[in-house]
Design a protein around this ligand. Structure first.
Ligand code: NDP
Ligand code: MG
Length: 381
């Protein structure tokens, strides 16, 4: 029986992780459940799974929760996320919070030698060098939840790293894949949230529309698999059937296929190296799909992808700036304070005005994160 600490339980990944846990009560038990402020969504889950530890974002949410439940310890904020992740009984931490807030808990959980199922890509983008350094030092495995990285992980199984020729990450293209750049003027939040293949949280759905999601995934892949940027390719594949591929030096290509359903990579991260039945997911019907399409990725059309490659290659503190500027700009777009195209403009300005710091430590990264968010808001005025 694996004891799970689930960070971000009320989110898209969190809810699907609970679907997987619910399916296999003999395999998994929920030890800790963390969310932000969405008590309405969390309460039925807390009542159903009865976790020992609950983490909420702030004191008012704790007070509201306390009047509703009589079981479990309630912790608060970033410190609470850490305490829940490193608790003795925990075997695996599923990090599914949104944004760089997930970073300190990931690092502490690694130091406590917990298995990490990582959905929170902003953690790896912001501080991939620190996360991987700690994982190596403590001999801890990071199991990817992101579908592309799970596909690569599965395609790499048992192979030698030196035989990798390139990683090929597939992109569905997001909600605006068929729009030209000039057609992006005036698109609304509602248009952007309408993803053709995947149902996900708001921030990542906007990132998919801007192609920043793919950019973050390139950086995530660089760190997870220790592959140089020149050997990481992105290809447009509108059906989202092939979730990513690995090409080897002998020209053989391994791919992982499936219906677009995050429960597959979530469960794989929880059961690795074994597999379990997943009856709630639709089987892939290739006869029904019939045709798969692939297109070259246009870096002019998707400047966020270009900026992510550049920030990744420049390295040091640049990816942390890229990520913080993007998180802030997407938030402003969701609040309808800026237009869709202003997202990339704000990121570009934040990158241009930042002086790269080589090999930043955690406190430097956290202050760069905060400062970048402030600068993005400042540029707006
Ligand atoms: P959601 O926005 O749906 O969920 C975010 C979760 O994090 C919610 O439970 C939210 O709580 C919680 N949260 C937010 N802020 C805090 C905080 N300060 N303290 C504690 N909890 C907090 O996001 P997704 O599930 O879509 O994505 C989560 C992560 O997984 C992201 O990094 C994303 O990039 C990655 N990912 C997601 C995929 C998907 O299909 N959704 C696919 C691949 C990767 P509350 O509800 O209370 O606000
Ligand atoms: Mg993905």
């Amino acid at each position: 029986m694996k004891q799970v600490a689930l960070l971000g339980a009320t989110g898209s990944i969190g809810i699907q992780t609970l679907d997987v846990i619910r399916l296999h009560p003999e395999e998994f038990s929920l030890y800790a459940l963390a969310f932000g402020r969405n008590l309405e969504k969390a309460l039925p889950l807390i009542k159903e799974f009865k976790p020992e530890v609950i983490v909420v974002q702030d004191e008012p949410t704790k007070e509201r929760l306390q009047s509703e439940i009589h079981h479990g310890q309630i912790l608060i904020g970033g410190e609470g996320l850490i305490e829940a992740s490193v608790a003795d009984p925990v075997d695996v931490v599923v990090n599914a919070v949104m944004g760089s807030i997930g970073l300190p808990a990931t690092l502490k959980a690694i130091q406590a030698k917990k298995l990490i199922a990582i959905a929170n890509k902003e953690t790896l983008v912001t501080a991939g060098h620190l996360v991987m350094q700690e994982a190596k030092k403590h001999n801890v495995e990071l199991l990817p939840v992101d579908s592309e990285h799970s596909a690569i992980y599965q395609s790499l199984n048992g192979e030698n790293k030196k035989d990798i020729h390139k990683l090929i990450i597939t992109a569905s293209g997001g909600s605006f894949r068929d729009k030209k750049r000039e057609e992006l003027v005036g698109v609304t939040v509602k248009d952007a949230l309408n993803h053709p293949n995947w149902s996900m949280g708001a921030k990542i759905t906007i990132d998919s529309a801007s192609m920043m999601n793919k950019g973050l995934e390139v950086i995530e892949a660089h760190w997870l698999f220790d592959v140089p940027y020149d050997q990481i390719h992105v290809i447009l594949h509108r059906e989202s059937v092939i979730h990513s591929m690995v090409e080897y030096v002998d020209r053989s290509v391994m791919a992982q296929l499936g219906t677009p359903d995050m429960k597959v990579p979530i469960q794989y991260a929880l059961t690795y190296p074994n597999r379990l039945d997943l009856p709630i997911t639709k089987q892939l019907d290739l006869e029904e799909i019939a045709t798969l399409h692939f297109e070259k990725m246009d870096m002019e059309r998707f400047p966020c992808l270009r900026m992510a490659y550049e920030a990744g290659r420049t390295g040091g503190s640049m990816p942390a700036v890229l990520n913080a500027a993007n998180e802030e700009a997407v938030q402003l777009f969701l609040e309808e304070k800026i237009s869709f195209l202003e997202i990339e403009q704000l990121i570009e300005r934040a990158l241009e005005s930042h002086e790269r710091i080589h090999n930043p430590d955690l406190s430097t990264i956290l202050s760069i994160d905060e400062e970048t968010r402030k600068r993005v808001r400042f540029h707006l005025n």
